[in-house]
Design a protein around this ligand. Structure first.
Ligand SMILES: C[S@@+](CC[C@H](N)C(=O)[O-])C[C@H]1O[C@@H](n2cnc3c(N)ncnc32)[C@H](O)[C@@H]1O
Length: 283
């Protein structure tokens, strides 16, 4: 059985992270500026995604060709796709820090920060996201993921990434991390209970596939199952056809039907039936 090959102690984990960071993609100048500034300003800067985690997220977002996401960490990877980024934050200090970064790095053209409790904000979102990054209060994760799925906020080919799913090991068992100090142990024990519930929910939800990766503090990746993907694609196609038909009717009303030149065919598969739909393209 292939489990983690290296038996980790804090020292070995540090050495491994350092080595992986060194042989992975480097931080950009902008990422480094935000990293250094945050470390100089915040005592709890250790909550920030590490350079290696940042490189992982950038890698995934570029591979995804994301057009819409919910986290600033993906910004640089989505410049090429002109991605729209919506980020949710509650704490005034973090809101101010975020706005400083948007101004300093010229991100205001595509980043929207919605202030307030994330659950309230996510319930008001519409449209679809290619990447949804969940890294706020751990007892809120289940609600955030459930809302994203129920409201179809995740695009057919998108993924959700949840950070800190190990809760420093407390999700797995109280013995999973003998190195965790008593101070943070109580906090992470409560987080672990909520994240264990999240994992059970995800494992049993028939709409999604999930993998929990033993990297960083445990990262879960969630995507639609193929059956759900097909249903979503079908409904998107159906709404596109409806809008094509609506615009056709509209152009007819404008008396442009004489100019119709090309006949196009659209097929919509619904279950095992295939509907064929003919419409004229107005030139
Ligand atoms: C671990 S930090 C995020 C770190 C960030 N992803 C990074 O890599 O730098 C968690 C953030 O979630 C915010 N947060 C906590 N509870 C929240 C809630 N209920 N609604 C919105 N934001 C919340 C905190 O203020 C904090 O800024």
């Amino acid at each position: 059985m292939l489990s983690s090959i290296i038996p980790f102690t804090p020292e070995i984990a540090t050495e491994v992270s350092k080595y992986c960071t060194g042989v992975s993609e480097d931080q950009s100048a902008a990422q480094k500026e935000v990293w250094d500034w945050t470390c100089s300003q915040f005592q709890d800067a250790h909550k920030m995604s590490s350079p290696l985690q940042g490189a992982t997220m950038k890698f995934l977002a570029e591979h995804q060709r994301a057009k819409r996401s919910n986290a600033l960490a993906w910004y640089e990877s989505t410049v090429a796709t002109q991605a729209e980024i919506i980020t949710l934050e509650l704490d005034p200090k973090m809101i101010a820090a975020s706005r400083r970064t948007f101004d300093k790095h010229g991100l205001n053209d595509r980043v929207t920060l919605i202030e307030g409790p994330a659950q309230e904000s996510i319930e008001k979102l519409s449209g679809q996201f290619d990447i949804i990054f969940v890294d706020a209060n751990k007892d809120g994760y289940e609600g955030y993921v459930k809302t994203a799925l129920d409201n179809k906020l995740l695009s057919p080919t998108g993924f959700i990434m949840c950070d800190n799913v190990f809760a420093r090991g407390m999700t797995i068992s109280p013995d999973a991390n003998p190195y965790l100090a008593d101070g943070p142990r109580a906090y992470w024990t409560e987080c672990g209970k909520a994240l264990r519930k999240l994992n059970t929910f995800l494992k049993n939800d028939p709409r999604v596939d999930v993998v929990l990766l033993p990297v960083y503090d445990g990262v879960s990746l969630i995507k639609w199952k193929t059956t759900e993907y097909l249903k979503l694609v079908e409904s998107i196609m159906a709404s596109q056809v409806e809008s094509i038909m609506a615009s056709q009717v509209e152009s007819r009303l404008r008396g442009r039907e004489k100019e119709e030149k090309y006949a196009n065919l659209l097929y919509i598969s619904k279950g095992r039936e295939v509907y064929k739909l003919t419409y004229m393209r107005v030139k």
